[in-house]
Design a protein around this ligand. Structure first.
Ligand code: ATP
Length: 404
């Protein structure tokens, strides 16, 4: 039984690896009321579950991209928070198994990143923190927290756990601890994994909070998210002007052997890219926008280096890429949501975002040769192991991931 459990866990993570280093999901939100007022037409649609088509009027042609998943249109058509997490939640298990997992949202300002990552009504909105159950509006973060504690509970008492959370925002290239009270800021220094002594990126001077329950974790994340820099722009009434980086480190101890594995689940809600002329940014907002665009271009450079198999990955070029360095490339499992507006008014930004996403997918393609057939075979075996009649529902983790 223990051997089968171990095999199931190995298969789960192998299947995830075969699916690619960076999984790319595209989410196109419905037209906003502003876009409707502006009489915008819908220029972006899904075609099947994995293709997105953009009517590029400027070039008089339709352009199509393929990704791992595409959701577009209304909730009635299946573009729901629940459906999105259904294809995301498995990564939480990988973090408990000892992997570094990063889920991040990228896209134009006002395209739905915060909505996707946190949800309508904020982090705790629409969630019963006593049971971990989420209402329809809850985004990835509260659902991931619920799933995390569900998996931890399932694996007790063979394992005991320690979950800690850190939360930072990167605003105009400066790092701010979202758990520190205003004005309390200690000096923060980013230590890359190879220098931190833990094998993970660590922010020296940052606050690390222990979370023993769904409520602890959701309350901590919600309080941090409330401290984030937000302002009203022409493109979005509640525009996030900073990158938010929330990391949960999960240490699990095998109560029989005493061995410990540690995984990290990082959720990143990036600040929105924007064309400064169009967004009407001036003065301080212009400086904000320029700094956001600079950081996103550093992220693009890291992705490009990973894509080309370059020996040097320029993580050190920006605090954003330093913060994400243990979650992008290497053994990490990364999922990127590319959020987009459907409006023709935003076509050129949508095309830019999809081009960025297509580059990220190439990191995927470099992973394993002959992967498709292998993936199918492993998936079949995994399904067999998960079948109820063989009674091997996963109960305890094997020693995967990096021993501490
Ligand atoms: N899938 C969706 N369904 C319905 N409404 C959505 C969806 N996605 C986003 N919205 C709405 O669109 C608006 C902009 O979304 P959001 O604030 O998440 O954008 P953002 O990409 O985080 O923007 P910024 O980069 O400026 O912070 C919000 O009012 C949000 O509620």
């Amino acid at each position: 039984m223990a051997r089968e459990t171990e095999r199931r866990k190995q298969l789960h993570n192998k299947v995830e690896d075969l699916k690619g280093k960076i999984r790319v999901y595209v989410r196109v939100r419905p037209l906003s009321s502003k876009e409707v007022e502006r009489a915008c037409a819908e220029a972006v649609a899904s075609e099947g579950k994995q293709s997105v088509v953009v009517q590029d009027k400027k070039n008089g042609a339709n352009r199509t991209w393929d990704f791992d998943q595409v959701w577009a249109g209304s909730e009635l058509g299946g573009n729901t928070q629940e459906a999105i997490f259904k294809d995301t939640g498995y990564l939480v298990t990988s973090a408990v198994d000892g992997y570094n997992v990063c889920i991040f949202a990228y896209g134009q300002t006002g395209s739905g990143k915060t909505f996707t990552m946190f949800g309508a009504g904020g982090v705790g909105g629409g969630m019963n923190t006593a049971t971990g159950e989420c209402g329809p509006g809850a985004g990835v973060a509260p659902r991931a927290v619920g799933e995390l504690f569900r998996v931890l509970k399932e694996r007790q008492p063979q394992y005991t756990y320690n979950v800690t959370v850190t939360m930072f925002e990167l605003y105009r290239d400066g790092l701010r601890d979202l758990q520190a009270r205003h004005g309390d800021g200690a000096k923060l220094v980013i230590k890359l994994a190879e220098h931190s002594g833990t094998g993970l990126v660590v922010v020296e001077g940052g606050i690390e909070t222990v979370a023993n329950s769904v409520k602890d974790l959701v309350d901590t994340i919600a309080a941090g998210a409330d401290r984030r820099a937000v302002s009203s722009t022409q493109m979005n009434a509640d525009s996030s002007r900073s990158h938010l980086i929330c990391s949960m480190v999960i240490s699990s101890t095998n109560t029989r052997t005493g061995s410990v594995v540690r995984g990290k689940l990082t959720l990143v809600d990036l600040a929105g890219s924007e064309r400064v002329g169009k967004s009407g940014a001036a003065g301080e907002q212009l400086k904000e926008a320029q700094s956001i665009n600079k950081s996103l271009s550093a992220l693009g450079d890291v992705i490009a280096a990973l894509t080309s198999g370059s020996a040097h990955i320029p993580y050190r070029n920006h605090p954003l890429t330093m913060m994400m360095s243990d979650s992008l490339g290497g053994n990490a499992k990364t999922l990127m949501f590319v959020c987009a507006s459907p409006a023709d008014y935003n076509t050129s930004e949508t095309i830019n975002s999809l081009q960025f996403a297509a580059r990220c997918k190439d990191v995927t393609n470099s992973s394993v040769a002959g992967g498709a057939a292998q993936l199918q075979a492993l998936q079949r075996e995994l399904n067999r192991l998960k079948a109820p009649e063989n009674g091997t529902a996963p109960k305890k983790p094997a020693q995967l991931g990096r021993p501490v």
